[in-house]
Design a protein around this ligand. Sequence first.
Ligand SMILES: Cc1cc2nc3c(=O)[nH]c(=O)nc-3n(C[C@H](O)[C@H](O)[C@H](O)COP(=O)(O)OP(=O)(O)OC[C@H]3O[C@@H](n4cnc5c(N)ncnc54)[C@H](O)[C@@H]3O)c2cc1C
Length: 278
Amino acid sequence: MSFEFYKPANIDEASKLLKNSGYVAIVGGTDTIVKIKANFYKALKALVDLNGLFSKEIKVEGDKCIIGSACVMNYIAEHPVIKENFPVLAQAALSVAAVQIRNTATIGGNVGNSSPVGDTIPALYSLEAEVNIVSDEGKRVVPINEFITGVGRNVLKPGEMIESFAIPMRKTKGSFQKLGERKALSISKINLGLSYWNDGKPHYRIALGAVAITVLRVPKAEELLENSPLPLTDEVIQQAATYAVETAKPITDIRSTKEYRKQMAGVLLKRALNAIRE
Ligand SMILES: Cc1cc2nc3c(=O)[nH]c(=O)nc-3n(C[C@H](O)[C@H](O)[C@H](O)COP(=O)(O)OP(=O)(O)OC[C@H]3O[C@@H](n4cnc5c(N)ncnc54)[C@H](O)[C@@H]3O)c2cc1C
């Protein structure tokens, strides 16, 4: 297989290139290279290298935390603003692959790949993140829960790229839970992001990954928890876990069976709630 390789100097140039069919963006390459080797792209004409175009930094701007799409997993996992305010995202980033890959794998690539098992995605759902999208035609903002439309599919139009992610700036407690084949270097069979904050009233956001074509929230469990006094009782946690099992609509694939994934949705929610229990 042969294809061109472009290194655009700016966003305008990159955007114009990406409007051509068969042109694919690449940053860390940890998904794209694997897919090329597996012959996933039937009509690949060119790789468009976005390195250098998007920020690798995390900063607080007003009431938002802005995470550049080129931030790599290790940087996110170690960043004090993320560790302090968004522990679910720090834990999710740290759970990706192994240290070498985490130095290359970007959050933009994880979300851009739009896999149902991407580990940062349920974390971003639970934090109510927005995706800042840019192209040569301008910018737009899409809530993370509207960004992914199917397995490997998202709302990006030809020429559009992920510039950054914006998370409402507030102090949350959180837990990321993942079941894989083994502890390291393992793609999730199922994963879960939980965030909790209290601004006079408690808020819980629960996001399950790998139990449907994209991440699912568990609104019945969120509502139950928000209306339950603290500390949560074992009975309340068990009921929330039952709602998670009912919500999960997994499939059987090479990584796991649908029955196992469904039961594990409840187990992971219990683990997450116990991890943040007051
Ligand atoms: C051995 C191994 C283990 C892994 N383990 C895990 C794991 O445990 N958990 C997990 O979630 N993932 C895992 N991955 C997958 C991968 O590392 C992540 O999805 C990674 O975050 C992708 O980032 P990247 O920069 O390498 O993306 P790339 O491969 O460069 O790009 C991925 C996709 O996103 C698109 N893209 C990238 N950046 C942008 C942008 N700014 N705008 C628009 N589109 C963009 C690309 O076009 C491509 O379709 C693993 C991969 C390998 C090889």
